[in-house]
Design a protein around this ligand. Structure first.
Ligand code: AMP
Length: 284
């Protein structure tokens, strides 16, 4: 496994692979890797001749009052997990490699960044779009792997790739969960044992809504109220938002029809957690 810290280094490696007609998959991450990241890497390994994992805590996607400084890191663990999973190269640039001064360019899909996490985290998806565009240009992958844990991110990046004719296929991967339903997240490491237990409420609430849709409930207000009520039943939890949107323009819907994303974020102490489900409803 080759570790590259420079754009030129990883670019030369990928170009040598492509010259040999090998296919390349990329898995962008911020490190502190867990089984959710591992599922993306395994999928990339299964579908490509070579896999690059990028590990970069991207400063441009953090707001001024967010957790950039404290974001968890464990380089040795990340390297050994990537090695074990058969990653061919890790790209791990310093911020100055990605954002040399001066740097002025922005990349944005504003229409899709208005709701959900876009409303709670102004500028976040602008940072994501910028870094992922750069990572695509640097690693020139055939396929790129993203978790539906960050469903809005996936839908935004899919639109970005289509609008800019990027020659890469985005592969959405299912959410990996703890046995009690909590979605795996690097930020779960911030939770103390009591918060960790209480954090299961988010998935419980979403699962209850999903079951209600299965039973025929289509009214979004009823569903969102149900989720909010269940989260409110957990004294340690504070709901940030819960919304249902269609999956093309990410605009709010009033009834569950076609493909909808039902997503929520909550605060558990100082930790912000997100979860969601995508529901495909067809008239029989
Ligand atoms: P992050 O390191 O948090 O930026 O995540 C890197 C990639 O891993 C993103 O595409 C995430 O959506 C994905 N990911 C994070 N957690 C999970 C999870 N529990 N299940 C599936 N994918 C995940």
């Amino acid at each position: 496994m080759e570790i590259h810290k420079t754009i030129n280094g990883v670019r030369q490696l990928v170009r040598s692979w492509k010259k040999a007609n090998l296919t390349v998959g990329v898995v962008p991450t911020m490190g502190f890797l867990h089984e959710g990241h591992a599922s993306l890497i395994k999928r990339a390994k299964a579908e490509n001749d070579r896999v690059v994992a990028t590990i970069f805590v991207n400063p441009t996607q953090f707001g001024p009052n967010e957790d950039l400084a404290t974001y968890p890191r464990d380089w040795d663990h990340d390297v050994s997990l990537c090695e074990k999973l058969g990653v061919d190269s890790i790209f791990n640039p310093e911020p100055a490699e990605m954002y040399p001064s001066p740097f002025f360019t922005e990349v944005e899909v504003p229409e899709l960044s208005l709701e959900l996490c876009g409303a709670s985290r102004p500028g976040h998806f602008k940072g994501v779009c910028l870094v992922v565009t750069k990572l695509f240009h640097i690693t020139e992958p055939h396929k790129a792997y993203f978790g539906l844990k960050d469903a809005q991110q996936y839908f935004i990046l899919k639109r970005l790739a289509a609008d800019l004719n990027l020659d890469v296929t985005l592969v959405p991967c299912p959410i990996v969960r703890e046995p009690d339903g909590l979605a795996l997240s690097s930020r779960n490491s911030y939770l103390n044992p009591v918060e960790r237990q209480a954090a299961t409420v988010l998935n419980k609430a979403l699962t209850a809504a999903k079951e209600a849709i299965d039973k025929g409930e289509r009214n979004v207000k009823t569903l969102l109220d149900m989720i909010a009520d269940i989260v409110a039943g957990e004294p340690l939890a504070k709901l940030d938002y819960v919304q249902a949107v269609e999956t093309v323009g990410l605009t709010p819907v009033t009834r569950i029809e076609g493909e909808c994303l039902v997503a929520a974020a909550m605060w558990m102490g100082k930790t912000r957690l997100i979860d969601n489900f995508v529901y495909l409803w067809r008239k029989n």
